[in-house]
Write a protein that binds this ligand. Structure first.
Ligand SMILES: O=C(O)[C@@H](CO)OP(=O)(O)O
Ligand SMILES: [Mg+2]
Length: 428
């Protein structure tokens, strides 16, 4: 087995034109692999800390030279000589070296880059694709792509409050078919928008970002696009939301559609949406610290629809444990850079699974060409992945990797389909 010989790092650009960290790990058998780190816009207060330089002259203070230096000067030398397959040893070393609970000293961006690059190098050196290396023989379920085709909130310059309107092609037979359906609906939505004189400009995740006066308008446009593409809403293609409610919550109130609302009023609004639309999943319906609101919302809607905790859980096993004990949400959003190491990410998914919580693998709004999360979705059997629209290279890189994985698995591949959403019964 191969040991880590050298760790390199550099500053590269992400899909928003902001700097981010890329790490390279070289092993003594000649293997060289790299991983790039994503970056969020609607970040949760409890996420691990992304180290930024703060020098206003460089990239308006968004540089990551300090994180790069942390990899080169502090982290790298400590890892030389360790077996690359000892992922947990490496990750524990990263956590210990940093020494803070939120990875703020060395930076979660520095730490994650190293953690993922080590995993990729170990996989390559073992002659295994990443999904097989991390997931073993059980890695055979292709996730439902949760395609974000209409962007609002912090990802668009419009007044649409809900951040992400996604389609979930649950009725497809294979991932390949699901992705094709999704792309067809994406194009269909473009025509629908054009025909109504609405903008077809894009938001950060490649979805359209038209100026609309209500959030229901967005759902109606998408339903029209699904039908015009020749698919049945609900049975073949369901809907999902990421409300990202932390973004419009302050002083105990939600400013939604220009009105101040309580958690109870927001819950009432979602209950109507679930009644009126084929929704399989709602992410962050309430703010990150509104635990009581989450508990009540989950009690009211959790039997009918998946309720996903993103800012609430921040892929952190401790916050997830609290959520499980209080019965807040029934699914976990999984973002590798919210927690900072592969081992802790896998721990969060395992914890979720053991309590019957579903997991949705996720990108960030600032992304790179790195495709690690596609492999992790299959490795963990998550059954769901959201990585933006079926357009724009940094998003399609992940979906395209899933096409390759499905092909590599051949007859062993199984598409998660509507089984990914046990709380949803497609209408006949
Ligand atoms: O809220 C989210 O789920 C994400 C990804 O879609 O957005 P961001 O990366 O900006 O936090
Ligand atoms: Mg979210």
């Amino acid at each position: 087995m191969a040991v880590i010989e050298q760790v390199g790092a550099r500053e590269i650009l992400d899909s928003r034109g902001n700097p981010t960290v890329e790490v390279e790990v070289a092993l003594d058998d000649g293997t060289l692999e790299r991983a790039a780190v994503p970056s969020g816009a609607s970040t949760g207060e409890h996420e691990a800390v992304e180290l930024r330089d703060g020098d206003a002259k460089r990239y308006l203070g968004k540089g990551v030279e300090r994180a790069v230096t942390a990899v080169l000067d502090e982290i790298g030398p400590e890892l030389v000589g360790i077996e690359a397959v000892e992922q947990r040893v490496v990750d524990q070393k990263l956590v210990d070296l940093d020494g803070t609970p939120d990875k703020s000293r060395l930076g979660a961006n520095a730490i994650l880059g190293v953690s993922l690059a080590v995993a990729k190098a170990a996989a390559a050196s073992s002659g295994l694709e990443l999904f097989r290396y991390v997931g073993g023989p059980n890695a055979h379920v292709l996730p439902v792509p949760m395609l974000n085709i209409l962007n609002g909130g912090a990802h668009a310059d419009t007044e649409v409050d809900i951040q992400e309107f996604m389609i979930a092609p649950i009725g497809a037979e294979t991932f390949r078919e699901a992705l094709r359906w999704g792309a067809e609906v994406y194009h269909s939505l473009k025509s629908v928008l054009k025909s109504k004189g609405l903008s077809t400009g894009l938001g950060d995740e490649g979805g359209f970002a038209p100026a609309l006066s209500s959030n229901r308008d967005a759902l109606d446009l998408i339903l029209e696009a699904i039908e015009k593409a020749g698919y049945q809403p609900g049975r073949q293609i369901a809907l999902a939301l990421d409300v990202a409610a932390t973004e419009f919550h302050s002083d105990g109130a939600y400013t939604f559609e220009k009105q101040k609302r309580s958690a109870e009023q927001m819950t009432g609004y979602y209950a109507e949406l679930v009644r009126d639309y084929p929704l399989v999943s709602i992410e962050d319906p309430l703010s990150e610290d509104d635990w009581d609101g989450w508990v009540r919302l989950t009690a009211e809607l959790g039997e009918k629809v998946q309720i996903v905790g993103d800012d609430l859980f921040v892929t952190n096993p401790e916050r997830l444990e609290e959520g499980i004990s209080r019965r807040a949400a029934n699914a976990l959003l999984v973002k590798v850079n919210q927690i900072g190491t592969l081992s802790e990410t896998l721990d969060a998914v395992a914890l979720a699974t053991s309590y019957g919580y579903k997991s949705m693998m996720s990108h960030r709004s600032g992304e790179t060409e790195d495709t690690t999360i596609a492999d992790l979705a299959v490795a963990t059997g998550a059954g769901q992945i959201k990585t933006g629209a079926p357009a724009r290279g940094e998003r399609t890189a992940k979906y395209n990797q899933l096409l390759r994985i499905e092909e590599a698995l051949g007859d062993a591949a199984r598409y998660a389909g509507d089984l990914a959403f046990p709380r949803y019964t497609p209408e006949s």
